[in-house]
Design a protein around this ligand. Structure first.
Ligand code: NAP
Length: 344
């Protein structure tokens, strides 16, 4: 095998050391050094260059039924990212190719990548798109925002649309798509700086700082005719406040419930779910996987809007392999300003 890497090279990895109880912490991970894998026939070796962080990864640390299998104890944390091919026994990949796909908190990843197709394998990244844009608004969070807002939320011009987690990677794109579609958009986010960004850069109509105001009261003030579409990223008391302010026939796109991801015990659901009956409203959970046929159109639209300045975005790029666990934790304190990435 001609890897171009020294045979003495080591593959540092962050392993899942224990299943967290409550808030995830750096102590839940453990640093390990293993040999850089040898690759067999048809296999590829990649050097991980970028990692993308998603709140859902917290759920992968728990041993419970979900839409993907949990990460096993002692295995490297699974994570989406970009890798550069450094050695290949597969004619479909050449050294220097940069690919996107589900990787891990490792310096190197290997395997038979051509076999991993059906939309979930490694895909070559376009060379004419900046990496930050590709992993940010054109990546899975932007694509999820697109299908969540347009296919599940189905906003009409003139609708009042509320987005929680509105300054984050998914929420900020969802909110701006609703603005582009002619809706009145209210974003809910934590802190004055994030709210200012939503008003000045994302150019939505209202921003509610849930950390310093009464969300229910502010929703009544900013949405006097009720909420037609709610793009939900947070859950908990925010969801309850929106349920109390729904318009007749409202649609809720249930994208995420981050306020509960670190609960040691699952909390009872919203106390006012009855409002769905009162308002004849619907709520639908969504996963990007179910909309893969929409990805080409979503990618093209998002790229056009971002390039034209119709969608503003921020990426929060941390550096260095050793900072992987603490970078992940930023998602749960709200320290991240935009899409959380790390460059290796
Ligand atoms: P993000 O919004 O860029 O970052 C997470 C943000 O969540 C933080 O910056 C923080 O913003 C907020 N947050 C953290 N803890 C919170 C709490 N206890 N209460 C309220 N807000 C809290 O991350 P993202 O990747 O775009 O994910 C956002 C949501 O979308 C998550 O719920 C995620 O699971 C979901 N998601 C779902 C799918 C899907 O396929 N269904 C795909 C991607 C993302 P503030 O500073 O504003 O509090």
């Amino acid at each position: 095998m001609a890897t171009g890497e020294s045979s003495a090279a080591r593959n540092r990895q962050w392993l899942l050391a224990r299943r967290p109880s409550g808030m995830v912490s750096e102590a839940d991970f453990e640093l390990a050094e293993r040999p850089v894998p040898e690759i067999g026939p048809g296999e590829v070796l990649g050097r991980v260059r970028w990692l993308s962080f998603e709140p859902a990864m917290r759920g992968w640390m728990d041993d419970r039924e979900s839409y993907v299998a949990p990460v096993e104890l002692g295995e490297p944390m699974r994570a989406p990212g970009l890798a550069e091919v450094v050695a290949s026994n597969d004619p479909a990949y050449a050294p220097g190719d940069v690919v996107f796909g589900m990787m891990s908190w490792s310096e190197y990843v290997s395997g038979g990548w051509s076999a991993r197709t059906a939309g979930r394998g490694y895909r070559r990244v376009p060379t004419d798109v900046p990496r930050e844009m590709l992993l940010g608004p054109l990546g899975s969070t932007g694509l999820t925002a697109y299908v969540g807002m347009l296919d599940v939320g189905r906003p009409e011009p003139g609708d009042t649309v509320v987005v929680s987690g509105a300054a984050g990677a998914t929420g900020s794109v969802a909110a701006q798509i609703a603005r582009i579609k002619g809706c009145r958009v209210v974003g809910i986010a934590g802190g004055a700086a994030k709210c200012r960004w939503l008003l000045e850069e994302a150019r939505i109509d209202e921003a509610i700082d849930y950390k310093s105001s009464d969300v229910g009261r502010r929703l009544r003030e900013t949405c006097p005719d009720g909420v037609d579409v709610y793009f939900e990223n947070v859950g908990g008391s925010t969801l309850e406040a929106v349920l109390d302010n729904l318009a007749l026939g409202a649609r809720i796109a249930l994208c995420g419930l981050i306020s509960g991801y670190n609960d040691a015990e699952a909390q009872p659901g919203p106390r006012n779910l009855f409002q769905l009956i009162v308002r004849r409203a619907s709520i639908q959970g969504l996963l990007l996987w179910d909309f893969l046929d929409r990805v080409p159109e979503a990618f093209a639209d998002l790229r056009r809007w971002v390039t034209a300045g119709e969608i503003a975005y921020r990426v929060d790029v941390q550096e260095g392999f050793e900072n992987i666990p603490c970078t992940f934790l930023r998602l749960f304190t709200g320290a991240n300003e935009g899409k959380q990435l790390l460059r290796l």
